[in-house]
Design a protein around this ligand. Structure first.
Ligand code: HEC
Length: 207
């Protein structure tokens, strides 16, 4: 048997064993704990899922180099994009400490930690483009050149999350999407500050 065939066989065996392990452990948990999203995936589930994700990413994708050069302009663009599309789950600082991020199963991870930073640029690119099946992580890529470029800028941002300044985080806050109720409340406050209306704004808490 050629070495390529042997490697393919070995990969198939590892994937099959991983699947079997995941199915058995998931069934045991299902019976014991039900399907609640409140629990954390076990260490076994997490490591099998990550190992399978790695195996399912073609080597060529994994080894891709970031074609966008790292500069402040690229990072600023990525911060705006991240604040608008990703922060709802991941938080502006990428640590995943948002109400939505913490209530997903699996939770949105702290992307400043080694698990995420240990992924290659190509893997980060593939994850952002294709999403992660069976999790809250959506697919963002459409395959267009502009989309790919903005995804590569996001990869730079993820690599540089530790260097975000408090001022930049403040800026990102103002770029987070607003609910209609928040928007209306801000509009009332703005008008009140400009003296257009004598009515004091009341901040009704939103769920
Ligand atoms: C609706 C919630 C949600 C949104 C919005 C979202 N993500 Fe995620 N993301 C997740 C979850 C949950 C995971 C963890 C999945 C897992 O553990 O397999 C994740 C995982 C990731 C990972 C892999 C991290 C790792 O260590 O495995 C990257 C990279 C990522 N997201 C980037 C982004 C970017 C960039 C955006 C915006 C363009 C985004 N995400 C938007 C929920 C979200």
């Amino acid at each position: 048997m050629s070495s390529v065939k042997k490697a393919a066989m070995a990969t198939a065996v590892v994937v099959a064993a991983g699947c079997a392990l995941l199915v058995v452990s998931s069934l045991v948990r299902l019976v014991a704990h039900g399907v609640s999203a409140r629990e954390e995936p076990t260490a076994l589930e997490t490591s099998v899922a990550r190992a399978m994700r790695r195996l399912a990413t073609p080597t060529m994708t994994r080894d891709m180099q970031n074609p966008v050069s790292l500069c402040e302009e690229a990072l600023a663009d990525a911060r705006a994009h991240f604040a608008d599309h990703c922060a709802l789950c991941h938080g502006n600082d990428g640590r995943g400490t948002t109400p939505l991020g913490q209530n997903l199963y699996p939770k949105a991870p702290d992307m400043t930690l080694a698990d995420t930073q240990g992924l290659t640029d190509g893997e980060l690119f593939a994850i952002i483009t294709n999403g992660i099946r069976l999790t809250g992580m959506p697919a963002w890529g459409t395959g267009s050149r502009e989309d790919d470029q903005s995804t590569w800028r996001l990869v730079h941002l993820i690599r540089n999350l530790g260097a975000i300044t408090p001022l930049q985080l403040e800026e990102m806050k103002s770029m987070n999407p607003r609910s209609r109720a928040q928007f209306e409340q801000e509009e009332i406050e703005r008008r009140w500050l400009e003296g257009e209306s004598a009515k004091m704004p009341s901040n009704k808490g939103n769920h």
